[in-house]
Design a protein around this ligand. Structure first.
Ligand code: ATP
Ligand code: MG
Length: 296
């Protein structure tokens, strides 16, 4: 599951899920300003990377991101240059323009849950945006809101911040652009998902700069970066079942796993049925959203 060696590319960085490579010195792409973004089959839950991979997850996430980038291209340019990648990572890698990433997780929420709900219960607002009283877990907001967060180190939670905080970090003009783009992307994607019977509760985008232009980077609108809920079971006032990681979360927090979420131990290996059901959910999300069949 660790980053593999790839001809023509030098491994530079591994996040929780993705591995980044630069063109190797002396290769055709050396110095051309690209990076190779490789999605692994690693899965994280409760801020831990689990020891068991989910087969095909990297391919599903890459195919879904590529599909979304195309749906959004009239709203914002994206970083994908080519999908001509080394055979060892075929289907789960993209050659991308190297971006100077903004140090902001650009989150849009159309529904209240997760850290947004926690904040709302404390002070009736999220990231400095006041919300009406009486909202429940899973309530739909009248208008989607931009709720940025700072990027956390591995094992730490991202921290919600105000728009003003973002403006201090990246400048007022860039902050406004990031907010407007994030909300535009959310609105578009929420409509697409709704037509497919999926509630897009919230999503996290990452933008960067290249050649003086703000570009959408990273992955987009995947189950890893977004909360997808089946529309038919959406019901405010309780935790909504999630499309993808629900089996993993349920099992990890059940007595069967023997794992203490608050303790110092890393999570255990997942049982085969949890892996298979989770894989099916990722594939289902892809197929429902894109209307395509996942062929692997
Ligand atoms: P997580 O997403 O799980 O919070 P992470 O963001 O640290 O963790 P990954 O998503 O696994 O890690 O790795 C992707 C990394 O690549 C991120 O740091 C992201 O900002 C960066 N990245 C994405 N696209 C580009 C790009 N075009 N140029 C430069 N860096 C990029
Ligand atoms: Mg990431």
């Amino acid at each position: 599951m660790n980053a593999v060696e790839l001809p023509g590319w030098t491994h530079r960085y591994s996040g929780k899920v993705r591995d980044l490579y630069e063109p190797a010195e002396g290769s055709d792409r050396a110095g051309d300003g690209t990076v190779l973004v490789v999605a692994s089959d690693r899965i994280s839950a409760y801020d831990h990377v689990l020891p068991t991979p989910i087969p095909d997850k990297g391919k599903v996430l890459t195919a879904l991101s590529l599909w979304w980038f195309e749906q959004l291209v009239d709203l914002v340019p994206h970083h994908v240059v080519s999908t001509d990648v080394p055979a060892a990572v075929a289907g789960r890698a993209m050659v991308c323009r190297r971006l100077e990433m903004f140090p902001v997780e650009c989150v849009a929420r159309g529904y209240l849950t997760g850290s947004g709900l926690v904040e709302y219960r404390q002070n009736s607002s999220v990231c400095g945006i006041a919300l009406p009283p009486g909202l429940l877990d899973g309530s739909r907001l009248d208008e989607p809101v931009f709720t940025p967060a700072t990027k956390a180190e591995l094992g730490e939670h991202d921290e919600n911040v105000t728009f003003e905080h973002v403006a201090t970090t990246v400048g007022a003009e860039a902050a406004a652009e990031l907010r407007d783009l994030t909300l535009a992307v959310y609105r578009r994607a929420e409509g697409v998902a709704r037509e497919r019977g999926i509630v897009l509760a919230d999503t996290k985008l990452e933008f960067g700069r290249a050649g003086g232009v703000t570009v959408l980077g990273d992955e987009v609108l995947t189950p890893d970066s977004s909360r997808f809920w089946p529309a038919e079971t959406w019901e405010p006032g309780r935790a909504q079942p999630s499309f993808d990681k629900q089996f993993v979360r349920d099992w990890l927090t059940s007595p069967d796993s023997g794992w203490d979420r608050g303790g110092p131990e890393a999570p255990p290996e997942l049982p085969a049925d949890v892996v298979e059901r989770t894989r099916s959910r990722y594939v289902e999300a892809y197929e429902r959203l894109t209307g395509r069949t996942f062929t692997g």
